[in-house]
Write a protein that binds this ligand. Structure first.
Ligand SMILES: CSCCC(=O)C(=O)COP(=O)(O)O
Ligand SMILES: [Zn+2]
Length: 216
């Protein structure tokens, strides 16, 4: 499906959803210093061809302007004529869509996701035991154990892509970049938001539990 075949209505719906999520996360302080990026996929999906709307690079994401988003293709190239630059991390979105066929991907930098990524860097994953919010990932086992993958944070984004490919676990809808932030995804914006919120809750819980175990 070419970008032109995707209805205007679907494109506008994606942009409206991105605007709402961006405002909500901004109000939570989740876009410190222009960090973070958000995307929603539109149109049909094959791993070889897809399109998505993504935040423009370097913007103050706590502000709403007419130039906050643009549409790109599966290679991260603008799908329309625009002077906007897609997020510097667009290739990570491309790879997550390619691997999952998901509908939305949200990336935020928080103090807890940064701290926890460094604390567990040696094991390349954050272990989580029996926290109720694991159910937000549709994992319903009692006292479930999960490992949330952590990958390197290279300055050269294309170098991160194969790490995402290797670390990807279809059961866990998120990947942490070391001392950088979390990428969470879902079938749609509602699910990606639920997953992101669950990850952030879990990171704070694990961080505080580690402190408590040390008598802190
Ligand atoms: C200022 S934070 C460094 C870049 C980053 O990690 C990020 O999430 C925002 O980059 P973008 O190009 O999407 O604005
Ligand atoms: Zn980032």
């Amino acid at each position: 499906m070419s970008f032109l075949d995707i209805s205007l209505e679907e494109k506008q719906k994606a942009l409206a959803e991105l605007r709402d999520v961006k405002q909500l996360f901004a109000d939570r302080g989740w876009f410190a210093g222009t960090s973070g990026n958000l995307s929603i996929r539109v149109g049909d999906f094959t791993p070889e061809q897809f399109h998505f709307a993504i935040t423009a690079s370097g913007k103050d994401k706590s502000m709403q302007t007419p130039e906050d988003f643009l549409f790109v293709d599966q290679q991260g190239k603008p799908a329309e004529t625009t002077r906007l630059k897609p997020s510097a991390e667009t290739l990570i979105h491309c790879e997550i869509y390619r691997l999952t066929g998901c509908g939305a991907i949200f990336h935020v930098h928080t103090v807890f996701n940064n701290l926890i990524s460094e604390y567990f860097w040696d094991r390349k994953s954050v272990p989580v035991d029996g926290v109720e919010l694991i159910k937000a990932f549709n994992i319903w086992d009692e006292e479930a154990h999960i490992d949330i993958p952590i990958v390197s944070n290279y300055a050269d984004i294309p170098r991160i892509v194969p790490e995402v490919t290797s670390a990807f676990n279809p059961q866990i809808p998120g990947i942490i970049l070391r001392k950088h932030g979390i990428y969470a995804w879902g079938a749609n914006a509602f699910e990606a938001k639920r997953h992101l919120e669950a990850f952030e809750f879990i990171f704070e819980y694990v961080y505080r539990w580690e402190l408590l175990k040390r008598g802190g």
